[in-house]
Write a protein that binds this ligand. Structure first.
Ligand code: F0G
Length: 457
């Protein structure tokens, strides 16, 4: 059969509230033209994030009832620890309430003034945690990953030559660790090849630098490797994931993605001394090392989710349904990062609205219009999220202006996505009417969450 169906039946549903275009125009204005500030009940299809938005399975919900809420040594912790060790092969597993808590702990210990941390592309919270510690976050994405319209299998790969040059110039003593983010969220949800992970690992070994994976979407990345990298077609996704982690010394994980839960995360590592320091900080900021800011029930749900995410029928459906949205957008002429990524489709806002310069936020303009036209919530990943100011106060834009349509796991059906496609096409066909935006408020850090805007007439 050609049709790849959702590999689940729906047992529990949540109603969607419908709003009119006139209502949404007012709602967005009241929210300062920032979709983050719109109440979720006024969103029809929410593609803001794939993080913490998964539908849990019946088995995860029964795990919730079964959670052991003991303060220390809970049975749920050991089930969680076993599940994480099976995939990562790492020795020390530290639960945190979400991914950024793992980052905060890690970089409070490893970061600091004068230090630099390279990555293929840092996610915004990783960058913020590194910079908050006083260190510098450096992106070393390969050249092809920066070209939205070029199709390649592994556009998330790190530029290994740039990494060597960076290490030589910066000095190993100033680099606490090297990271790779799988899949590369900020670079379009593009996968990283096993070859690249292995090469970066070898470089790190040569220079005696710890190598960490930002593993939020490790299963989606492993499935891409199975599909696209020769030698992996007959391996199980679990085996591929195990090999990916085997090259790393540690990992940060937001379980809100590929562990199919609404909250959770962890740090995993092999270095005993570092783990001890992390646990000490965990106790101050998150909780006792066997729950780390989570309830026992959450640890059960993570353990179960980590089993379900490696189901290859699920992954086939997951990657295929993201591609379905992307391929139909391409057919409609909408410029996106090609090929479609794992968890999201990224609109190339510079190509979509070339009349709006980066400092007037073309991505924000598209995100606002998708909301007004169809109640579809997306997020700008461009000058609003990553723009900086130079000494003269001019906006320094990142290389790409994107709008992300992230697909929650196991939540929307094909007809929801067909509706999104209709809305996208409507906005695209009227793209010359899109206006630029300017800030009316911006916070000093992670400004995209709380910024307010007004359209420029
Ligand atoms: N690393 C990556 C690659 C991420 O995508 C995220 C979160 C984090 C770390 C932080 O994890 O949210 O659990 O603290 N990404 C979400 C997103 C927010 O929408 O892409 P967290």
């Amino acid at each position: 059969m050609k049709t790849i169906i959702e590999p689940f039946r729906i047992k529990s549903v949540e109603p969607i509230k419908f709003t009119s275009k006139e209502e949404r125009t007012e709602i967005l204005k009241d929210a300062g033209y920032n979709p983050f500030l719109v109440s979720a009940e006024n969103v029809i299809i929410d593609l803001l994030t794939d993080s913490g938005t998964s539908a849990m399975s019946a088995k995860q919900w029964s795990g919730i009832m079964d959670g052991d809420e003991s303060y220390a040594g809970s049975k749920s912790f050991f089930r969680f620890e076993t599940a994480v060790k099976k995939i990562t092969g790492m020795e020390f597993i530290i639960p945190t309430h979400q991914g950024r808590a793992a980052e905060k702990i890690l970089f409070s210990i490893c970061g600091g003034e004068g230090k630099s941390v390279p990555n293929n592309t840092h996610f915004d919270t990783t960058r913020a945690n590194i910079e908050f510690s006083g260190a510098t976050a450096v992106d070393l994405l390969n050249a092809i990953g920066k070209q939205p319209s070029v199709r390649a299998d592994f556009k998330g790969d790190m530029d290994v030559e740039a990494l060597v040059k960076f290490i030589e110039e910066t000095g190993v003593e100033n680099i606490p660790l090297v990271m790779i983010t799988v899949t590369n969220n900020s670079g379009g949800g593009q996968p990283v090849s096993m070859k690249n992970i292995r090469e970066v690992s070898n470089i790190c070994k040569k220079y005696k630098l710890p190598f960490f994976l930002d593993a939020c979407r490790f299963a989606e990345n492993a499935y891409f490797i199975k599909q696209r990298e020769s030698g992996y077609e007959n391996k199980s996704v679990l085996e591929i994931a195990q090999e990916m982690f085997s090259y790393a010394d540690g990992a940060t994980m937001s379980a809100k993605k590929d562990a199919l839960v609404n909250i959770g995360g962890f740090l995993a590592m092999n270095d005993d001394a570092l783990a001890q320091k992390c646990r000490n900080l965990l106790i101050v900021t998150e909780g006792f090392p066997t729950y780390g800011g989570l309830a026992g029930r959450d640890l059960e749900a993570v353990a179960q989710g980590l089993e379900e995410i490696l189901d290859e029928n699920y992954l086939q459906y997951r990657i295929r349904s993201t591609a379905y949205l992307g391929e139909n957008m391409i057919k409609a002429g909408i410029p996106i990062i090609e090929p479609p990524g794992g968890h999201a489709i990224y609109i190339d806002a510079k190509a979509f609205a070339p009349h709006i310069p980066p400092h007037q936020f073309p991505g924000q303009s598209i995100a606002c219009e998708l909301y007004i036209q169809g109640g579809v919530r997306s997020v700008e990943i461009g000058s609003v999220m990553f723009g900086k100011y130079d000494k003269e106060g001019n906006v320094v834009s990142p290389p790409m202006e994107l709008v992300r349509l992230a697909i929650p796991r196991r939540v929307y059906t094909q007809s929801h996505i067909d509706y999104v496609l209709e809305v996208l096409t409507e906005v695209f066909n009227n793209r010359e009417k899109l206006k630029g935006y300017e800030f009316t408020y911006e916070a000093p850090m992670l400004r995209h969450f709380t910024a307010k805007f007004k359209p420029i007439d």
